[in-house]
Design a protein around this ligand. Structure first.
Ligand code: ADP
Ligand code: ADP
Length: 228
């Protein structure tokens, strides 16, 4: 599903964010990316949906060669991915329904299919009764659930999340993790960068630890580790 071979990323200012990273992630895996601030987690995540390009190395995601890809192919790569951010990134002047439907309009889905799919994913995240609300009328946890609904409405092969619980209290974070668990159980690959030690230690999933741009640990049922 995801293959990285000797991937490095050096930003224009010379910052080495990733240095010779080798990783394979298979379909259906649930992977945590952990590491101190500045370790390279966000860069790792951003390369998966081609927000940043590797400076060198091989990167394939869901069958797409991310490095040698024409601009026309980028939407096809992204269509197979659902991306979730710490700050939700909802459209403030659109309702819950519209925020999720918007992700489908981009791929020109027929209207009835769209309504059925949006309602189905709002059920998955437990927000069907809020479909007419605007983001500002929702709690942080509810906004993140809308973002998850938007991310999964096109049935992506991979869900990519960068600190999705970073702004949420522990109880709300677990609500979010329960949704991720369900999505993963249905077969979707999940790659999630996080600082949340309790979540990582409790879930006992694959842990990839990054330090100064290097993978220093890759364990199938790992914990958060020692670094602060
Ligand atoms: P993390 O997500 O683990 O905090 P990042 O991937 O954001 O780490 O950053 C890794 C390194 O790359 C850091 O040294 C950071 O300062 C640098 N970096 C990240 N983004 C940029 C950028 N757009 N331009 C220059 N340097 C960057
Ligand atoms: P309007 O009433 O102007 O058509 P709405 O926002 O109420 O606008 O609904 C737009 C469409 O979406 C309607 O056809 C509505 O039935 C449908 N819809 C979307 N989500 C839901 C939902 N969760 N429950 C009921 N209807 C929904």
């Amino acid at each position: 599903m995801i293959h990285m071979s000797n991937v490095s990323k050096i930003y224009e200012n010379g910052a080495v964010a990733l240095d010779g990273v080798d990783v394979d992630i298979e379909k259906g895996e649930f992977v945590f990316i952990v590491g101190a601030s500045g370790a390279g987690k966000s860069t790792f995540i951003k390369m998966l949906f081609r927000e940043e390009l590797p400076t060198s190395g091989v990167l394939t995601v869901n069958g797409h060669d991310v490095v040698n890809m024409s601009h026309k192919e980028v939407p096809y790569l992204r269509r197979g991915l659902g991306v979730i951010f710490q700050d939700y990134r909802l459209l403030p002047d659109k309702t819950v329904f519209e925020n999720v439907a918007f992700a489908m309009q981009v791929i020109e889905a027929p209207r009835r299919l769209m309504q059925r799919s949006v309602n189905a994913v709002l059920d998955v995240v437990g927000l069907r009764d809020k479909y007419n609300c605007f983001p500002a009328q929702l709690s942080g946890g509810e906004q993140q659930r809308v973002a998850i609904a938007r991310a999964i409405v096109n049935d992506p092969a991979i869900v990519i999340a960068d600190e999705p619980t970073g702004n949420l209290d522990p109880d709300t974070s677990w609500d979010i993790m329960d949704i991720f668990k369900r999505i993963n159980k249905a077969g979707t690959t999940i790659v999630m960068a996080t600082h949340d030690r309790t979540i990582v230690d409790t879930m006992k999933r694959r842990v990839i630890a990054i330090e100064d741009g290097h993978i220093v640990r890759d364990e199938l049922r790992g914990g958060y580790g020692y670094e602060a």
